[in-house]
Design a protein around this ligand. Structure first.
Ligand code: PMP
Length: 511
């Protein structure tokens, strides 16, 4: 694995340590600017999706010729892929500290699908409650709303919930709490919740503990802990695309007995043990919960990604990102027009990850993001980040947001988010902060118009030019090797057989 060594001032036992970053594809490729220059991109949109590890992309190339469906085929490739798939399942489980007897790993497309799977698997009774927080991503909030009464715990100015309030709400006299579901880390404020303390409280009152690990797992170690430990996590859900894995895959890891007690959320091929025209007996989990052909290469890629993260070391990644987050907060705090949402304390990076959302007074968030992209080559994200209740709370607005709408309210309808990934450096942070300081002074070169439909800001007379970049082609594919191989392999045999037949005929006629 190619590692890029970088000096990091992270003090581990007061020693300066080298942070070794595996190559991340496209992390620094050139992007065009408004003034015609090309600069290496600064990619700070990692909370949306990360760029793939090269070693994982190479692994996929190597394994693709062996691709075959799993579990049911008799061919060599099918046996091979089945073995690798089950190995991958184990690697994913071990990453989060599963108990292979009591937990299952169920591959899914992403966290959203995983949360829907859980909400449609756990049995609810009338009057049941689900406790969550105002911090949640829509994907961890909405799936529960049709199943039970969902209550959102508030957060304080540090982006943390009050555990005493949680315990009060767990009181069964108000109705049974069936599930406590919380994000491990917020994709907006970066707040990291004390999930094991929360789990211990949930279990004290007989509730299940579900953790949305999408924003936490790429950055910090999470172990579910043993089932006998009251602070264990019953289910964790996460997405590969947020942790440098190139394909659309994620996983739910958690209690086998809960999956075994419920009919599958999706039914079809692979989920059954017996089917007649009148009846069906479900297979045991995880097969029961993997309807149809799974994303086989996706799970393999996820497992390889996990191996890369573990080779670097989750603690090393965490330390590296804490250092950069502290630097970013410290520098943003010095720009008077900037307001960081949630905690902006550089000393409190143990309670947060490096998703840092902010507003710039007097400059709409969409304009900030457009100038960062078109004039500095910095990729960020702006808007409400799929967590509108949280943004409403953070921006202290009564206004309901409408996705993709044009707003004249400047920053009332959203924020800018810079989110760190494994490949980011101090230099990236310095350039971002320099750019934001300029924008706060209303210094930019282009003239920007807001698109009436999307609300997006676009520089007048400028569009990104994608020509020359990889794309689709209508050219016929002419290099199929199959007919050639076939011909070459059989030519000598045909020739020998032909000569043999000719000799036999001649012998019969003249012999
Ligand atoms: N939860 C959190 C905290 C997230 O950050 C995200 C993705 N931004 C999701 C859930 C949803 O993940 P996905 O889009 O992969 O389903």
């Amino acid at each position: 694995m190619q590692l890029i060594k970088r000096q990091s001032k992270v003090a581990t036992q007061s020693k300066t340590k080298m942070f070794e970053c595996p190559e991340v594809l496209g992390a620094k490729h050139s992007v065009p600017l408004l003034d015609g220059r090309y600069v290496p991109q600064i990619f700070l949109d990692n909370a949306a999706s990360t760029k793939p590890f090269k070693v994982v992309s190479d692994f996929l190339q190597e394994i693709q010729p062996y691709y075959s469906n799993i579990h049911r085929g008799t061919g060599f490739d099918s046996h091979f892929c089945t073995e690798r798939y089950e190995e991958a399942r184990r690697i994913v489980g071990e990453f989060v500290g599963w108990d292979s007897d009591r937990d299952v790993v169920i591959p899914v497309r992403n966290t959203t699908e995983g949360m829907n799977l859980l909400a449609n698997t756990i049995n609810f009774e009338a009057g049941d409650r689900v406790l969550t927080t105002i911090l949640e991503h829509h994907s961890s909030d909405l799936p529960w709303r049709s199943k039970a009464k969902v209550e959102h715990l508030p957060i304080n100015s540090e982006g943390q919930i009050d555990l005493a309030e949680l315990e009060r709400r767990l009181d069964p006299t108000q109705g049974r709490v069936r599930v406590v579901t919380m994000t491990g880390a917020s994709n907006i404020t970066g707040s990291v919740l004390p999930i094991h303390e929360i789990a211990a409280l949930a279990h004290k009152y007989g509730a299940l503990m579900v953790v949305d690990g999408a924003q936490l797992l790429p950055h910090r170690k999470l172990k579910m802990r043993h089932h006998s430990d009251p602070s264990h996590i019953d289910f964790v859900v996460f997405s590969g695309h947020k942790m440098n894995c190139p394909t659309g895959v994620g996983a739910v890891v958690g209690r086998r007995d809960i999956f075994a007690a419920a009919a599958p959320y999706q039914t079809g091929g692979g989920t059954i043990s017996t089917v007649t025209v009148n009846s069906v007996t479900w297979a045991a989990p995880p097969d029961r919960n993997e309807a149809g052909t799974p994303n086989i290469l996706g799970l393999l890629a996820l497992a390889r990604t996990i191996q890369v993260l573990e080779a670097v070391g989750m603690d090393a990644i965490d330390n590296h990102e804490r250092e950069l987050t502290a630097l970013l907060l410290e520098k943003l705090n010095r720009i008077p027009q900037v307001k960081v949402l949630g905690s902006s304390d550089p000393e409190a990076v143990d309670k947060r990850v490096g998703a840092v959302s902010f507003t710039v007074a007097g400059v709409p968030h969409g304009l900030v993001a457009a100038v960062l992209s078109c004039e500095w080559g910095i990729a960020v994200r702006n808007g409400t980040f799929c967590a509108q209740p949280l943004m409403k709370h953070l921006l202290k607005t009564d206004q309901d947001f409408v996705c993709g709408s044009k707003s004249d309210d400047g920053n009332a309808d959203g924020a800018v988010r810079a989110s760190l990934g494994i490949h980011n450096t101090e230099k990236d942070i310095e350039t971002l902060v320099e750019a934001v300081a300029n924008i706060a002074q209303k210094q930019w070169k282009g003239e920007y118009d807001q698109d009436a439909d999307s609300g997006e800001y676009l520089p007048r007379g400028f569009r990104f030019d994608f020509s020359g970049l990889p794309g689709f082609s209508t050219e016929p594919v002419v290099n199929s090797p199959i007919p050639t191989l076939h011909y070459q392999q059989h030519l000598p045999l045909v020739t020998v057989a032909g000569i043999g037949a000719l000799l036999t005929t001649l012998w019969a006629c003249f012999g």
